[in-house]
Design a binder for this molecule. Structure first.
Ligand SMILES: CC(C)(COP(=O)(O)OP(=O)(O)OC[C@H]1O[C@@H](n2cnc3c(N)ncnc32)[C@H](O)[C@@H]1OP(=O)(O)O)[C@@H](O)C(=O)NCCC(=O)NCCS
Length: 173
């Protein structure tokens, strides 16, 4: 059985060779993710085989950043929030390489993102994890982990801090 590692995106990873089949997500990963990490805009982590050597094939990735949200009316948001925007963590993008989909890796990436969001929120505050699903099917994928649309039909989904624990996460450095 292969074992996996989650690593911060770096020049050791084969960005150009990654494809999830969803062009917008793949272009972000290939062309933008590294620059955003270097500038502090967001943090992208990649899933690789634990014994891979550079250029390491990327099996999947996800991107986290901080976000301010006006969440007062959102389902699951804490009661009595202030009217103005409050902090949360954003899971901006997540994808698994085409040859590796359907093997549970996406679920492991979501669990790892939840754990990292919880650790961040414990230190700096935040009402939960927000995800922008790229399409309706992706929203269905996230809904099985408890994420709920912030309003009917919205592709922005939310999981409150009290529900962040759960699922087998992969250790991160
Ligand atoms: C969506 C995606 C991340 C799922 O990753 P994955 O590794 O294939 O998912 P898993 O193997 O962990 O599947 C877990 C469960 O989600 C379901 N699932 C997988 N893809 C799904 C989809 N697109 N829509 C709805 N459910 C989905 C699986 O059937 C499985 O359910 P089960 O446990 O009852 O069998 C992956 O297919 C992908 O990268 N797609 C292209 C990029 C994309 O659409 N990203 C989302 C952007 S927000």
């Amino acid at each position: 059985m292969s074992s996996y590692a989650i690593e911060l995106l770096s020049s050791a990873h084969d960005r150009a060779g990654f494809s999830s089949g969803l062009d917008s997500v793949d272009r972000y990963f290939r062309e933008t993710s590294r620059g955003h990490l270097e500038k502090g805009v967001s943090i992208t982590r990649v899933l690789v085989d634990a014994d891979a050597v550079p250029p390491k094939p990327v099996l999947g990735f996800f991107t986290l950043s901080g976000i301010l949200v006006e969440a007062k009316p959102w389902p699951g948001a804490p009661k009595g929030l202030p009217k103005q925007a409050v902090p949360a963590v954003l899971l901006g993008r997540l994808a698994v390489a085409t040859g590796h989909q359907g093997k549970g890796l996406g679920s492991m990436l979501v669990a790892t993102a939840r754990q990292l969001a919880q650790e961040t929120i414990t230190r700096t505050g935040g009402i939960g994890l927000v995800v922008d699903a790229a399409h309706e099917q992706a929203a269905e994928f996230y809904s099985q982990f408890g994420f709920k649309p912030v309003s009917p039909g919205s592709l922005r989904l939310f999981l409150p801090t009290k529900s962040l624990e759960g699922g087998p996460a992969i250790p991160t450095e």
